[in-house]
Design a protein. Structure first.
Lengths: 102, 494
């Protein structure tokens, strides 16, 4: 029997993997992938909790909207990363550091 | 299975009855589509079509808002998704006026550029739509959609020109940092939904769910939630993106980022705290103390880091972080029906920042960069511009006779009132830090008049400023002084 706890543990794991990806990867596109993992963890949470919200189905609706918004944000993000590559010839955030405190 | 079909007609009736209250936003949506079409098909015949259309749409939306404001309506619509009251109407009016000012600024500054601006105007409209929704909503789904709408629009605006290395770098830092914060906030929202089983933060069942939730989990969820809000407000420790982005983005876009989104998010945060801090349980005390600590740290970090900046835009970024701390103070003492202090400070804050960035931009056009050193000796050459610039900086410090003084005075006296009733040490610390950091801010703001008037520099070849832009900046300055002398003009309106 798969209970709510199973879902929550899986989603917490996915969230942590996403956060680790964001913090450790040296490639802007991999960071976007990490962000996607974090968002999917949250969506999994919403859908799992939504099982107990039989009246308004808020969780499922939230999940649907979150999927669409995540896709939109990633599309803009990829366009901007492409633009950075044109200027810098690299997408490693560590090497893109013209703006910093002097 | 829940039978849905018998309810459909009553649902549709409720949606249709809510539509008239949504007119200002519907106008924005229609204008958005119109502007996209105009930039595709009509701009080649008369290149100001999209600009004119955006301006008319914003003004029309303002007319509908004024109509709502004059009738003092207070309703909820779309199944509690939006909640319109006087506070939301005034906040939306401030947002609209600032957006119109920034629209004029963008148009006047960039109209002769090769890159067409029609899409930028369209994106400006979607950002305004998102901000409007943010001020009206008390539903987490609506708030998340609104925050993402604003964020995605701002990413596009920062990266829109991307004519240089630093502009694309600023856009990338903004989009990566913003998306991570939004994802963390979404996870926090999912936890809040799990505790309460409902998405409206001002309902009884939501608060009851938060009271019963385990302490560690509810603290974690609230901190995650504050991550998303903190990114939009750029308070400590989520302020690290703002100096880089403010410096790298085109100055017109920096003006937008520094002013308008903060207005809406402050309104949202004050509504949230006003409905949660009425009860005194673990979660509300935790939230109040966290916000207090954040406010103190934000004021200190912002003002101390601003001291050693050499770039005017970067300095203004840290200065706006410092002002966020004071806004958080105002948010903490906000109670229902007493929104005028908060709204006054927000509108003055927006005006001062727009004026400062117009002046910085006018100088940037001719000098080519925004280093404060390069203003040396320019005060004698452009007495009018630098006098107005210095007056706005005085207002930012919070000295009389400007509106900045009145705004800070109102916030501080409100906090002091609360301190006298509750004798809370946190509020006293807020007051002390707020007063001290205002003194510190004197030193970095006055670097600009010091360089311009007191230091000699090589006199540069004479150049003329754009008269309309300079007029816009002087107008903002005049309003800041006027409201400093007669604050009741604005305070009575809220």
């Amino acid at each position: 029997m798969i209970t709510l706890t199973h879902f929550l543990v899986v989603s917490a794991c996915i969230f942590c993997i996403g956060l680790y990806t964001v913090l450790s990867k040296k490639n802007a596109i991999m960071i976007l992938v990490g962000i996607e993992l974090m968002i999917n963890a949250a969506i999994l949470n919403f859908v799992a909790f939504g099982k107990y919200d039989k009246i308004s189905y808020g969780g499922q609706i939230f999940g649907l909207f979150a999927i669409v918004l995540a896709a939109a944000a990633v599309a803009v993000g990829l366009a901007i990363v492409l633009n950075v590559y044109r200027h810098y010839q690299t997408i490693n955030p560590d090497e893109i550091n013209e703006l910093k405190d002097k | 299975m829940f039978a849905f079909s018998p309810y459909i007609s009553s649902f549709i009736d409720q949606i249709i009855s809510s539509v008239p209250y949504f007119k200002p936003e519907l106008t924005l949506i229609v204008t958005f589509i119109g502007t996209i079409l105009a930039s595709l098909f009509l701009d080649r015949y008369w290149k100001k079509t999209s600009f004119t259309m955006t301006l008319i749409g914003l003004l029309l939306s303002g007319c509908y808002l004024l109509g709502q404001g004059l009738s003092h309506i207070e309703i909820t619509g779309f199944f509690d998704m939006i909640h319109i009251d006087d506070f939301a109407i005034s906040a939306r009016l401030i947002i609209l006026v600032s957006t119109v000012l920034i629209l004029l600024f963008i148009h006047q500054r960039h109209q002769h550029q090769e890159r067409p601006l029609g899409d930028l105007y369209a994106v400006l409209l979607t950002a305004t739509l998102g901000l409007n929704l943010l001020t009206m909503s008390s539903n987490w789904l609506m708030i998340f959609i609104a925050v993402e709408t604003v964020s995605i629009s701002s990413y596009i605006m920062v990266g829109y020109f991307s004519s240089s290395k630093v502009q694309s770098e600023a856009a990338m830092k903004y989009v990566l940092f913003g998306s991570v914060c939004a994802a963390v906030m979404l996870y926090g929202l999912s936890l809040l939904y799990g505790f309460t089983g409902n998405l409206n933060f001002d309902t009884q069942s939501h608060i009851a769910g938060l009271i019963e939730a385990p302490q560690i989990m509810v603290s974690l969820a609230l901190l995650f939630l504050l991550t998303g809000i903190g990114f939009k407000l750029s308070f400590f420790p989520f302020h690290v993106w703002s100096p880089d982005v403010y410096q790298g983005a085109p100055t017109v876009i920096t003006t937008y980022l520094a002013t308008v989104p903060k207005i809406a998010v402050v309104v949202l945060l004050s509504k949230l705290l006003a409905s949660w801090l009425t009860v005194s349980f673990y979660f509300s005390d935790f939230l109040a103390y966290v916000i207090m600590g954040i406010a103190i740290a934000t004021m200190l970090i912002g003002n101390l880091a601003a001291l050693r900046q050499q770039d005017a835009k970067r300095m203004m970024a840290y200065s706006s972080i410092g002002h966020t701390g004071i806004l958080l103070m105002a948010v903490l003492v906000y109670q229902n029906n007493e929104s005028n202090v908060l709204l006054f400070y927000l509108s003055i804050y927006a005006l001062m920042n727009i004026a400062v960035f117009i002046f910085i931009d006018a100088l940037e056009v001719h000098i080519g960069h925004t280093q404060i050193d390069s203003y040396r000796g320019l005060g004698k050459q452009f007495p009018l511009l630098f006098t107005a610039f210095s007056l706005v900086l005085i207002a930012l410090v919070g000295l009389p006779p400007t509106a900045g003084f009145v705004g800070k005075l109102l916030v501080f006296s409100k906090v002091f009132e609360q301190y006298q009733t509750f004798q809370s040490f946190g509020l006293l610390a807020l007051l002390i830090v707020g007063a001290l950091t205002s003194v510190i801010s004197l030193f970095y703001y006055f670097k600009i008049p010091l360089n311009a008037f007191l230091k000699d520099g090589s006199t540069q070849q004479s150049f003329r400023f754009d008269p309309l832009l300079l007029g816009l900046g002087l107008l903002c300055t005049a309003v800041v002084i006027l409201l400093g002398l007669f604050p009741d003009l604005l305070l009575a309106a809220f």
